[in-house]
Design a protein around this ligand. Structure first.
Ligand code: IPM
Ligand code: MG
Length: 347
């Protein structure tokens, strides 16, 4: 089983190192290939997603990804910026289905931005479309006829793109509590009207799933008002990006949420939903649990190792129960000590 390790920028290398220690402790037959990505790759090779890195990702059975983003690179032309590496990997490998589970570990009720009794209800999966939307539409800078600068990004989805992610949403709901909420902005956007129409058509294939629809502004409000109402949310690329950061804080910390980005054959890229956090990079302050939990998802979805995934998830829960807390969780433990705590809790 070949795993590509792409640590990237900022806190990426620190959190990937801890996840690798946990993977190594499981006694599985894994081989690793590591490659540069993001700002680190740009500085070394002149491109944020060098062809060598893309090859490493393509030949792996699964990819464990840290984070990209580097303030040194913010002034570069867009196609050379670190973020293009993750967008390029998602597109090149057709990783269209992004699963972002948000569940409150009971020990972290105090870390949530919500009251504990509200936060305690959180147990959802956000299914985010990852290959389309305003992220990948035509974009640019131009001059208006009266000489003003204008930036533009075209939002669009075709029906096949909506149908394939809708099916992932329905399937995810089927494996859970059977409730799917499709989030859009159909009161304003044509893209969203098509989204809603196609989700409703697709629902005919899943009569046992309770489907609802919600406008994205209302969804943002409901996520803090009553997050327990959500089982599975399916939504587009931009709305999913925003709502998943929000859900993470409701569930305690952005340092806790893993994600899986899957193609049609369960090949996947696994990454924490947080970014490269350059402000704390290299200081041992990052919480590695989101990346460790991403490694568990990797074992479950791409390497068919559900028991190993269970072991990691149970160890994270035990480490938290034993009091392991990084600064984002109100504690003082370093990245490495958090990794130690998970290792100590592995049975
Ligand atoms: C995420 C990130 C990325 C995104 C950035 C780094 C391009 O915010 O994975 O949520 O917007 O998708
Ligand atoms: Mg994001």
């Amino acid at each position: 089983m070949r795993v590509a390790l792409l640590p990237g920028d900022g806190i990426g290398p620190e959190v990937i190192a801890e996840a690798r220690r946990v993977l190594d402790a499981l006694g599985l037959d894994l081989t690793y290939e590591e490659a540069l990505v993001g700002g680190a790759a740009y500085k070394a090779t002149g491109h944020p997603l060098p062809s060598d890195t893309l090859e490493v990702a393509k030949r792996a059975d699964a990819i464990l990804f840290g984070a990209v983003g580097d303030p040194d690179c913010d002034a570069l032309e867009r196609h050379l910026r670190p973020e293009q590496a993750i967008l390029g990997l998602r597109k090149e490998l057709t990783l269209f289905a992004n699963l972002r589970p948000a569940k409150l570990f009971p020990e972290l009720a105090d870390a949530s931005a919500l009251r504990p009794e509200v936060a305690g209800q959180i147990d959802m999966v956000i299914v985010r479309e990852l290959n389309g939307d305003v992220y990948f539409g035509e974009k640019g800078m131009r001059k208006t006829t009266d000489g003003k600068r204008e930036g533009y990004d075209v939002m669009s989805y075709d029906e096949d793109e909506v149908r394939r992610i809708a099916r992932v949403g329905f399937e995810t709901a089927r494996a859970r509590k059977g409730r799917l909420c499709s989030v859009d902005k159909a009161n304003v956007l044509e893209t969203s009207q098509l989204w809603r129409d196609v989700v409703i058509e697709t629902a005919a294939e899943y009569p046992e799933i309770a489907l609802s629809h919600m406008y994205v502004d209302n969804a943002a409000m409901q996520l803090v008002r009553n997050p327990g109402q959500f089982d599975v949310i399916v939504t587009g690329n931009l709305f999913g990006d925003i709502l998943s950061d929000q859900a993470s804080m409701c569930a305690g910390s952005i340092g806790m949420l893993p994600s899986a980005s899957l193609d049609a054959n369960q090949k996947g890229l696994y990454e924490p939903i947080h970014g490269s956090a350059p402000d704390i990079a290299g200081q041992g302050k990052a919480n590695p649990l989101a990346t460790i939990l991403s490694a568990a998802m990797l074992l479950r979805y791409s390497l068919a190792q559900p028991q190993a995934a269970d072991r990691i998830e149970a160890a994270v829960a035990r480490a938290l129960a034993a009091g392991a807390r990084s600064p984002d969780l109100g504690g003082t433990m370093s990245t490495n000590q958090m990794g130690d705590a998970v290792l100590a809790a592995l049975t």
